[in-house]
Ligand binder design. Structure first.
Ligand code: GDP
Length: 317
């Protein structure tokens, strides 16, 4: 990409936003704008518009807005929905007003119906009721997709949307009551190892299946679709590893070195029974992930040890 091209990652502090910044910075493509303290508050329409007027980004990735695991979605549905709606409204309107060359909105796999045929194809959106544990957040993400389509239809805006599968990686939210399953399991099983705990009880039945993809690989897929995809229909960013929660727990235990027993508490919710994306559109573009699941879990644990566990140990002293 031409170094004159200006790229804005809205939500540079999120899991996928920070992975995008690493990817873009590492490739030295284009000039990044709105990084760190220069990023406007994404829920403040006038701040976002002032930023676009000044920074004039050509390419915009919308990775902003809070997300969380099953417990955070149950506790804070209003916050998650409101903030994600505002981020989509502010970013898309300013990108349109200031004529960005292209915008890619990142939605979420929970936008698919709860009992969607697997693997989930893009044309299955809007075909059934959503999973109740994250209905509010998922509705906001669906609204973001439809808003991109509406700007395309009404104004011919060059907006696309992409649906990433369950992501994990460096910079994830490792607080067990807030985060998604992989960072929560890393934090909980690591703590259990340190405390020589014999049993760790995880949530639900352990039978739901999830597809996981390393955040840096998803970032790479985002760059591919920004460069090569231009259609009103969203495109799935999948092609990751499909495992049950019980299998995942075994793998994470191996990576962190927890040798105790893993139990499940079926009184806690399972969420969607299955969640796996059909990635054929992305694969037809020649895209494949490059990090193995095991390697990605190890790199994420390493990041956790160097950044989160070290700080927690310092606070405990
Ligand atoms: P989901 O993919 O939207 O359902 O969200 P999560 O990533 O939070 O949860 C995925 C699955 O992992 C659900 O079936 C949870 O019940 C299960 N799970 C088991 N233990 C945990 C845990 O400690 N934290 C989280 N977040 N999920 C867990």
């Amino acid at each position: 990409m031409n170094p004159q091209v200006r790229i804005f990652v809205a939500g540079g502090d999120t899991l996928l936003g920070s992975a995008l910044l690493r990817r873009l910075g590492g490739r030295g493509c284009g000039t990044l704008v709105g990084v760190g303290h220069d990023e406007p508050c994404l829920t403040d329409a006038s701040a976002v518009d002032r930023f676009f007027a000044k920074a004039r980004p050509d390419y915009v990735f919308v990775a902003g807005g809070p997300s969380g695991g099953i417990a955070a979605n149950q506790r804070r549905p209003a916050d998650l929905m409101r903030e994600n709606l505002l981020v989509a409204i502010c970013a898309l309107e300013s990108a349109h007003r200031h004529r960005a060359a292209k915008l890619c909105y990142l939605a979420s796999a929970c936008a698919y119906p709860r009992l969607c045929p697997q693997p989930m194809r893009e044309d299955a959106l809007h075909t059934g009721p959503l999973e109740p544990t994250n209905e509010a957040y998922a509705t906001a993400k669906l609204a973001g997709i439809v808003l991109c389509q509406a700007y395309r239809r009404q104004y011919g805006a060059p907006f696309i949307s992409a649906i990433p599968t369950n992501a994990f990686g460096p910079g994830d939210d490792f607080r067990p009551e807030e985060g998604h399953v992989i960072p929560s399991l890393i934090a909980r099983l690591h703590a259990a190892k340190i405390a020589s705990q014999e049993v760790v009880t995880l949530w639900g039945t352990g039978t739901p299946r999830r597809e996981f993809l390393y955040a840096d690989d998803i970032a790479d897929a985002c760059l591919a679709v920004m460069a090569h995809y231009d259609d009103a229909s969203p495109i799935n960013l999948g092609g990751g590893t499909d495992v049950s929660i019980a299998e995942l727990a075994g793998l994470v235990a191996e990576v962190v070195g927890f040798r105790g027993r893993i139990a499940f508490d079926p009184s806690r919710p399972d969420g969607m029974p299955l969640k796996r994306l059909d990635a054929s559109r992305l694969q037809a573009m020649g895209w494949q992930p490059t990090t193995s699941f095991r390697q990605a879990l190890e790199q994420t644990y390493q990041w956790y040890m160097q950044n989160v566990a070290v700080e927690e140990a310092a606070h405990a002293r």
